[in-house]
Design a protein around this ligand. Structure first.
Ligand SMILES: [Zn+2]
Length: 340
């Protein structure tokens, strides 16, 4: 029982490869954040080592349970989070790449035979952040992995060295259909209206949606954030500058993901405006704010709206490319505040 929502083609493929003894030594699971890649990697580790040895994880045997908790001696997990262990929040935030030291540590471990499981499993999260040096070190292991090891690279994009990608069996996970996310949420006792709303917000990221269900305060926070973003257009430039300053401070103190979440929320809003203005509101994300969207879309040209959505996306890109957070954010706020 994989107990995974969606991605049926992927679990079927992995199951068959175990059954036919054609499983690979190296995998790349790619797809957007919050889509279920980490869970799939964990389930695959269970399927490979489950005491029942049926090719499907039973989720109840001792091995499956220990892998689930992440404390099986033949399971190694590394990534940006493990690399940041022991660092101060600020230093951890400054880390943008997976370094060769992290890969080396991993590789030392790979030379060890399994203690008790059939296969030693190595999961590397954030593989898209391997720097060049670390990528090259990685290549050696991918070329000649020990026969008892399975390597699973997990990445939010496939922007890795092509030589790495070509040595892995690649499973590209796609966002789930909105309906499937809504059904899954309903099965978690979410009321139908809320399930529909969260499913729309999620953009098919089931992991993201479930996280929101687990933290009801996050729903309220999202609402507040959206209101704050909309106020940037009406509250004047100095209020906007204060907002930019706060976000820049957050960014520098290690809360980068939070700043990216703001920008994503903001860009999503402008995309919704674009869809509304273009007369195709079916695809909108903020379905709980349809009326507001209709109102705001009036009097703005498609070209203007499109330009703003693009502009916010560019700001996120500039931050990822190490742009000065305050300048980047001030610039975009200024453009929104003056767009009429
Ligand atoms: Zn099991």
């Amino acid at each position: 029982m994989w107990n995974i929502i969606g991605h049926e083609w992927a679990t079927k493929q992995l199951e068959q490869s175990i059954a036919n003894n054609t499983d690979s030594h190296a995998y790349l699971f790619s797809g957007m954040a919050g889509i279920g890649k980490a869970l799939l990697a964990l389930r695959f580790a269970q399927a490979l080592n489950c005491d029942e040895a049926t090719g499907t994880p039973c989720l109840t045997c001792r091995t499956c349970r220990r892998i689930e908790r992440g404390n099986h001696p033949d399971l190694r997990i590394a990534g940006m989070a493990s690399q940041a262990v022991g660092l101060k929040a600020e230093d951890a935030a400054r880390q943008k790449e997976l370094k060769i030291g992290t890969v080396r540590e991993w590789q030392r471990d790979i030379t060890l035979r399994p203690y008790e499981a059939r296969r030693r499993i190595f999961i590397l999260h954030d593989a898209e952040r391997l720097n060049e040096e670390a990528s090259n070190a990685m290549l050696k292991t991918l070329e000649e992995p020990p026969p008892y090891a399975t390597l699973i690279l997990v990445a939010n994009s496939t922007e890795l060295l092509p030589t790495i990608v070509s040595r892995c069996r690649v499973l590209r996970l796609r966002p789930l259909p909105r309906r499937q996310v809504a059904e899954a949420l309903a099965a978690h006792n979410v009321k139908p209206d809320d399930a529909a709303m969260l499913a729309a917000w999620s953009g098919g990221r089931i992991g993201w949606a479930l996280q929101l269900v687990a933290q009801p305060e996050a729903v309220a926070r999202r609402d507040e954030q959206l209101d704050a973003l909309l106020a940037l257009q009406s509250d004047g430039i100095s209020a906007g500058m204060r907002w930019a300053e706060q976000r820049a401070k957050e960014y520098r103190s290690g809360e980068q993901e939070s700043v990216f979440a703001w920008l994503e929320l903001w860009q999503g809003w402008w995309r919704d405006l674009l869809l509304t203005a273009a007369g195709c509101p079916d695809g909108i994300v903020n379905i709980d704010r349809r009326d507001q969207l209709v109102q705001l879309a009036r009097g703005q040209s498609l070209a203007q709206i499109h330009a703003m959505a693009m502009r916010i996306g560019q700001a996120a890109q500039q931050l990822r490319e190490n742009g000065n957070p305050q300048l980047v954010l001030e610039h975009v706020v200024l453009q929104v505040a003056t767009a009429r």
